[in-house]
Design a protein around this ligand. Sequence first.
Ligand SMILES: NC(=O)c1ccc[n+]([C@@H]2O[C@H](COP(=O)([O-])OP(=O)(O)OC[C@H]3O[C@@H](n4cnc5c(N)ncnc54)[C@H](OP(=O)(O)O)[C@@H]3O)[C@@H](O)[C@H]2O)c1
Length: 315
Amino acid sequence: MLEVSRRPPRPREVVIHVRRAGVALGDILRARGHLPGTVYPLTPGYDVAGEVVDTGSRVSGVHRGDRVAAYTLTGGYSQIVTVGEHRVVALPGGAANAEAVALVLNYVTARQMLHRLARVRRGEVALVQGAAGGVGTALLELGRLEGIRIYGTASAAKRSVVESLGAVPLDYRDPGALEAIRRAEPAGLDAVFESVSPTSARATRRLLRQGGTLVYYGFVALARGGAEPPGLMGLGLQVAALRLLSPRVRTRIYAIDVDRHRTWFREDLQWLLGLLHKGSLSPRVHATYPLERAAEAHAALLDGSVSGKIVLDCT
Ligand SMILES: NC(=O)c1ccc[n+]([C@@H]2O[C@H](COP(=O)([O-])OP(=O)(O)OC[C@H]3O[C@@H](n4cnc5c(N)ncnc54)[C@H](OP(=O)(O)O)[C@@H]3O)[C@@H](O)[C@H]2O)c1
């Protein structure tokens, strides 16, 4: 733990006393230098929930004392964070901090991929890779709400997690898993949500019907130490090449960007918080670790024991 002095907020910034910070596989990829634009020394942490303790002179949407959730990208593993107002959304009364923080990165990512990129409709059928993970469980829960039929890959131990979210579970270590989907869905899938590796995407895209959508968004195999030469740059080129290799399907690459798509982020997070408030969403919070044990939370995320989101208690 490091103590640093805090600068006053700029006109459009909000200072938040963090109660819960989210832990994500992306924190580990970033800490290892796999994600572009990372500045060191690094405090990881994509998302937080807590109370506003100060605001810049031109902030009008939230006030001191308001409970909020925010997308930080980095820096969330802290007791105090300062973040642009456009990245902050007020919490509805009664929302638990841990559940609210689970929505910020994982559910916004899932919502935007389903609704804004793939535009999957009621009755359509999709494959979600890593279905018991943070983003995977979010895709399953939102997909079920929207009447989408989903096949979800997970390790054998997490079969029941996938089933409990209404999807058909498949063991990703079973070499026959994709063939089983092909037999069950001879017309092809409408969408594939791929987060494992470009190699994996080359196999799963073959399950799509003509005009179906592959959404590529992660590097789980890289985080888990899977043999995926030649580094992230090479992986990026392989992902880009998927487009050329598969002209009969649509290939979309997703990277959350709340600064570029400010309206999307606010609309989507507010919509998700509204569902949480109504009791229509139950994000899976797997465990809460004290902030000073963040390294243990990372180890748990890598060893395959987690399903859903881990949060840090920063109080
Ligand atoms: N593009 C974006 O904007 C964006 C946003 C959020 C996250 N991401 C990325 O999305 C990925 C997932 O993040 P997360 O936080 O959801 O991670 P997570 O919670 O660790 O989930 C990853 C899941 O993948 C499963 N898995 C591991 N190897 C697999 C394989 N070979 N085939 C199928 N599934 C496999 C794991 O299952 P077991 O644990 O059972 O082995 C785990 O449940 C990361 O690469 C992250 O950086 C991208």
